[in-house]
Design a binder for this molecule. Structure first.
Ligand code: UD1
Ligand code: CA
Length: 496
């Protein structure tokens, strides 16, 4: 919509949030409230977006600029009313629009959708209206501006709660706050709006009366889905809208072919992308820019933020952030994937495994109880249970490289920087401090020594010593009997 200017009002304080974070920066569905509004606005491809900022503009301004670098920021130092805010917005434009449409929206309506704004703007244009109101029919109109129509149903005015008569207060059609204006009319009207009212504010809604006095067309279009224009003023309302937003997102993905076993415990952020035939099990949160490919199964009890999950992968009881999991790979249960984790196709990050900045090759496996940090593991390699990639020497982080098709023993420590070659092996309990050449077996543990009788002499009188004594010096009769039953000479049995 090339002749469309959108003004987003976000200068208000939001005191009921009781927060050091500005109201419009509170988040649901992985975006700030104003982020949702700007996304809906962006879907219209307007020529210009102006955001009016005031309270905590040092936080709101940069956030808006990050989301929409081309948006104009208009600073309203004092919040003198919505009419004043729009005047500030128009003043901030080098060339205020004299033609086309100006759409006004608020920064705190996170369920707003682009399609709704588009249909409303098109209806406004089709009616040839000077002002159009996106209205709503609500059971509890208290606090809203009421839409006053005459006997023929023609809109005459918007009357604010504090200025309304008893009869007007009974009206259930309210101003959602989203208004569309003919640009030329708005430019003229906004300078003529006064503040002679109960709140002493410049009401943008007074533009309706001005249009009617001039004999111009005003229309009101009741929105079907009133929640789209609902604002969140406190954290309870924010949570309600967050739950509803999530319900909508989850429903949309189910309609797109995603199986969700328990929608009530599944949370999917607005920017997540899922393929058909993904299955999501209960207690799963898919956050940020997470992408899940087809046939992958995620959950139960899994949180993935900004992760990429390959086709057919299985991710069970896992917490992941900025991790890429290959097709057919298997993760968890109880895995912690930290940023920079990359698992190749058909690979495995198993139970009680933590990974960070680690590229694990195709078909490679880290099945049990391990920490893999700052590492590269080649294709087809198996890392033994309980292996620690010791990446930190107390001062700096170092990398470990394990080649392809290596087999490392249980309970190893790889002291980085160190390289283990292709096809190498390490023995159980090895502490690898020096590079292991390809194909070599590395062992660092000294040969085992058995100090016979140590427990009986050094731990005399303990239950342990008693058990040792019983095993070593059984009653003569019993021993021969046992010996016979088990088939002869105890020495022979020990060898077998
Ligand atoms: C406004 C409307 C009312 C409508 C209601 C819907 C007016 C006069 N009234 O009332 O008809 O039913 O919204 O929620 O427009 N803002 C600024 N600068 C200001 C004043 C407000 O940026 O000087 C922003 C606020 O941050 C907020 C929005 O505009 O996002 C609405 O302002 P608010 O004061 O809450 O208006 P209401 O009294 O609720
Ligand atoms: Ca309000």
């Amino acid at each position: 919509m090339s002749d469309l200017t959108v003004i987003v009002l976000a200068a208000g304080g939001g005191t009921r949030m009781k927060s050091k974070t500005p109201k419009v920066l509170h988040r649901i569905g992985g975006r700030s409230m104003i982020g949702h509004v700007l996304a809906a606005v962006g879907a219209l491809e307007p020529a210009r977006v102006v955001t009016v900022i005031g309270h905590q503009r040092e936080l709101v301004g940069p956030h808006v600029s990050e989301l929409r670098p081309e948006a104009v920021l208009a600073v309203q130092d004092e919040q003198l009313g919505t009419g004043h805010a729009v005047r500030v917005a128009l003043d901030a434009l080098a060339d205020a629009p004299r033609e086309g449409t100006v759409l006004v929206a608020y920064g705190d309506t996170p369920l707003l959708e682009g399609a709704t704004l588009r249909a409303f703007t098109e209806a406004h244009r089709a009616a040839g209206a000077a002002v159009s109101i996106l209205s709503g029919i609500v059971p509890e109109p208290f606090g809203y501006g009421r839409i006053v129509r005459d006997g023929d149903g023609v809109v005459q005015a918007i009357v604010e709660e504090k200025d309304a008569s008893d009869a007007e207060r009974a009206i259930t059609e309210i101003n959602s706050g989203i208004l569309a204006f003919d640009a030329a009319f708005l430019l003229d009207a906004v300078g003529r709006i006064g503040n002679d009212n109960a709140k002493g504010e410049y009401y943008l809604t007074d533009a309706v009366g001005l249009a009617r006095e001039a004999g111009l067309v005003v229309t009101a279009h009741p929105v079907d889905d009133a929640l789209q224009t609902e604002g969140a003023n406190d954290r309870a309302q924010l949570a309600d809208l967050g739950r509803e937003l999530n319900r909508r997102i989850v429903t949309r993905w189910m309609r797109e072919g995603v199986s969700v076993m328990d929608p009530a415990t599944t949370w999917i952020d607005a920017d997540v992308v899922l393929a058909p035939d993904v299955t999501i099990l209960p207690g799963t949160q898919l956050l940020g820019a997470t992408v899940v490919a087809e046939d992958a199964v995620v959950g139960p009890d899994t949180t993935l933020e900004d992760c990429e999950i390959g086709a057919g992968a299985r991710v069970v009881r896992t917490h992941g952030q900025l991790a890429v999991i290959g097709a057919g790979a298997s993760v968890g249960p109880f895995a912690y994937l930290r940023p920079g984790t990359q698992l190749g196709a058909d690979g495995k990050i198993g139970t009680f495994v933590e990974t960070k900045n680690a590229a694990i090759g195709e078909g490679a496996k880290v099945p049990h109880l391990s920490y893999v940090g700052d590492a590269e593991i080649g294709e087809g390699t198996n890392i033994g249970a309980g292996t620690i990639f010791a990446n930190y020497d107390g001062v700096a982080k170092h990398r470990t490289t394990v080649g392809r098709q290596a087999r490392t023993g249980s309970n190893n420590t790889f002291v980085a920087p160190v390289t283990i070659g292709d096809g190498a092996s390490t023995g159980g309990g090895t502490v690898v401090r020096r590079n292991v050449p390809p194909g070599a077996l590395a062992v660092s543990t000294s040969p085992q020594r058995n100090l016979e009788g140590w427990v009986v002499s050094r731990r005399a009188g303990t239950a342990q010593a008693a058990a040792a004594e019983a095993a070593l010096a059984p009653a003569a009769g019993e021993q021969s009997e046992n010996g016979r039953e088990l088939g002869g000479d105890p020495a022979e049995r020990a060898e077998s």
